[in-house]
Design a protein around this ligand. Structure first.
Ligand code: ZN
Length: 250
């Protein structure tokens, strides 16, 4: 990654470096978080989750994952070689919202088809990845929000990498709303066969900027590279590539 620019931290004076496209940056030396464009302090809640694993412990977590589950090759744990173990504090926006959906649709599973109405009421801590090109399985990540604490740069390990936000609060809220609407359209379409009318009322009560510790793992197995995302707070494998199991007698 090439560093293209720096501004000086208005809290401690250290240089804060950032990449193109990043709009919120955090000082590595004092934890001060700044909106790059204005140079002003970031004033919304900034939280973090704590990583509970070191490089050796995370390897154990991965080996255990490799050993469990019948869909994996039986020699996976033994024969895999970990080629990358990077702890990254990934930025997210957590959009807390109450959602009420009213829909109308045609229920075609009976003859004659009938028009049916329904309502869906839900509450979410909806997660929006604050990066544009970073690949991450956001929808599969069950973020352990109960462990969140105010952002504290002293808790960031020296070997870890911290990514800055490329998405501002308003954009995050917009995205969350879009994704929630899509999700509710999907829920409605499980109840009726053809949705003809849908109305969502989304009330956002809180938006928090959150850095979450994620281990980006790569491993080689029989000449191919596979990827894993592991939650550093809980040790849960968020998503993991599995080589095809070998059938027959090994
Ligand atoms: Zn600073």
């Amino acid at each position: 990654m090439s560093i293209v620019d720096t501004i000086s931290c208005s809290h401690c004076g250290a240089p804060i470096s950032f990449n193109p496209g990043e709009i919120i940056a955090t000082c590595r030396y004092c934890g001060y978080t700044v909106v790059i464009q204005t140079g002003k302090a970031f004033t919304f809640e900034h939280s973090m989750l704590l990583n509970e694993y070191d490089q050796r412990q995370i390897e154990e977590v991965i080996r255990n994952w490799m050993r469990s589950g019948f869909l994996k090759p039986s020699d996976l744990a033994r024969k895999s070689k970990l080629t990358e173990k990077t702890l990254v504090y990934v930025p997210f926006w957590v959009v807390t919202a109450k959602v009420e959906t009213a829909y109308k649709g045609v229920f075609e599973r009976i003859t004659p088809p009938v028009v049916k109405e329904g309502r869906i009421a839900k509450e979410y801590d909806w997660l929006v990845l604050a990066r544009k090109a970073t690949e991450f399985p956001t929808r599969e990540y069950d973020v352990p929000l109960e462990g969140k604490i105010p952002y504290d740069f002293r808790r960031i390990e020296g070997f870890a990498k911290t990514l800055n936000s490329e998405i501002d609060k308003d954009e995050a809220v917009e995205r969350a709303k879009q994704e929630i609407e899509e999700h509710h359209r999907h829920l409605a379409s499980q109840d009726v066969d053809k949705v003809i009318e849908i109305k969502n009322e989304i009330n956002v009560s809180q938006t928090v900027y959150l850095h979450a510790p994620i281990w980006f793992i790569k491993y080689d197995y029989e000449g191919k590279t596979y990827q894993l995302y592991v939650d550093g707070a809980t040790g849960a494998v968020i998503k993991g590539d599995i080589p095809p199991a070998k059938f027959g007698i090994l």
